[in-house]
Write a protein that binds this ligand. Structure first.
Ligand code: PLP
Length: 356
């Protein structure tokens, strides 16, 4: 497409972000890995109390950082808060990688990674997942060159749902240079039930080149308020803070996140329910004959291959809006319990109507 102004060609070629389809009122929107639960009353109260909109918010999110620092047993300087973990990702990429530099990540993984790397002017190096949908950390370590400035590890991986084990992660950290920034994207950490899965926050002290990203969008159900955070060495976080657009985290977001931490056990009961439902849905899909990778986030992955668009259409016909990634597969969020029968029925129909 031609534009009236001169643009960076790689940006002109970059498709703008496309949100998961909005669902009609009688359909279930299972396309954006959102939390189906309404906000806790305490969160609504906190939002009602955060009405000072004529003033800028606290630029350093000091109260929220203090609460997170207490939760993880780190200093407040070892916590950095951003407007969603996706904005933190961009900050770290910009801080570490310039034109000519490479960013290594698994593929398929979170769909935002390629665009963020391009925006920073750096080059993506995508390392294919193993057949079971999990990261090939040995190949990722082997893909690191002189030009590599950052590696993103996503566990649980969006969209395949698989985790990286602590053992494999430690082997990977030992294999890569210790001055290479490794970002462990744990947007779905709270849903993990596999005891072998890596738990990044316990490792940052041992690895000063490791930064862990988490978010209030998923388990805490605050997606609209845009609050994510990073844990890592303060000097590394300072580099991200230097690239950040100041004042992006709103007072409302900070207040809701704080209230959520105060009522964390109640929220984690909900998370447990979602994780249990996830295991039931995955098992039912496996019983139907689907090859569903081990699912540790709030979503499952169906490898629908070339039939992805057709399969997404069948789900839509059953009132289930999924996220298709043609020609690989479909990601389905674990949402309202009342969506499950429709979801499983649609999945069964897909198997009957296609060669899957
Ligand atoms: C793997 C992963 N990382 C980061 C994010 C960004 O989340 P947020 O910017 O809402 O914190 C998402 C959202 O879908 C995700 O799937």
């Amino acid at each position: 497409m031609t534009t009236p102004v001169r643009l960076r060609p790689e940006i002109a070629a970059l498709p703008p972000y496309r949100q998961g389809k909005q669902a009609s009122p009688d359909a279930f929107k299972l396309s954006s890995n959102e939390n189906p639960f309404e906000p806790l009353p305490a969160v609504v109260d906190a939002l009602r109390g955060a009405v000072t909109v004529n003033r800028y918010p606290d630029a350093t999110a000091s109260e929220l950082r203090a609460a997170l620092a207490a939760k993880y047993g780190v200093t407040t300087d070892e916590v950095h808060v951003g407007a969603g973990s996706v904005s933190l990702l961009l900050q770290f990429i910009q801080a570490a990688a310039a034109p000519g530099d490479e960013v290594v990540y698994a593929w398929r993984s979170f769909e935002a990674y390629p665009g963020l790397v391009t925006v920073a002017g750096a080059t993506s190096v995508q390392v294919p997942n193993r057949a079971d949908g999990s990261h090939d950390l040995v190949a990722m370590a082997a893909a690191v060159t002189e030009r590599t400035r950052l590696v993103i590890v996503c566990s649980p991986n969006n969209p395949t749902g698989t985790t990286v084990t602590t053992h494999d992660f430690e082997t990977f950290m030992a294999a890569v240079p210790d001055d290479l920034l490794v970002v462990l994207d744990e947007a779905y950490a709270e849903f993990v039930t596999d005891p072998d899965a890596v738990d990044g926050e316990s490792l940052t002290e041992r690895h000063p080149n490791l930064v862990v990203l988490r978010t209030f969008s998923k388990a805490y159900g605050l997606a609209a308020l845009r609050v994510g955070y990073a844990i890592g060495a303060s000097s590394v976080l300072d580099a991200a803070r230097a690239t950040a657009i100041p004042l992006s985290v709103t007072e409302q977001g900070q207040a809701a996140a704080l209230a959520s931490l105060e009522h964390e056990s109640e929220l984690m009961t909900r998370v447990d329910r979602i994780a249990m439902l996830r295991d039931q849905v995955r098992q039912a899909l496996v019983d139907q004959g689907w090859d569903v990778p081990a699912a540790q986030g709030n979503f499952v992955w169906l490898p629908t291959g070339e039939q992805t668009a057709t399969a997404a259409g069948v789900f839509a016909d059953h009132g289930i809006i999924v996220r298709p990634f043609a020609p690989e597969g479909i990601r389905i969020t674990i949402g309202e319990p009342s969506s499950v029968d429709k979801l499983l029925h649609a999945a069964q129909q897909v198997r009957q109507n296609t060669s899957l």
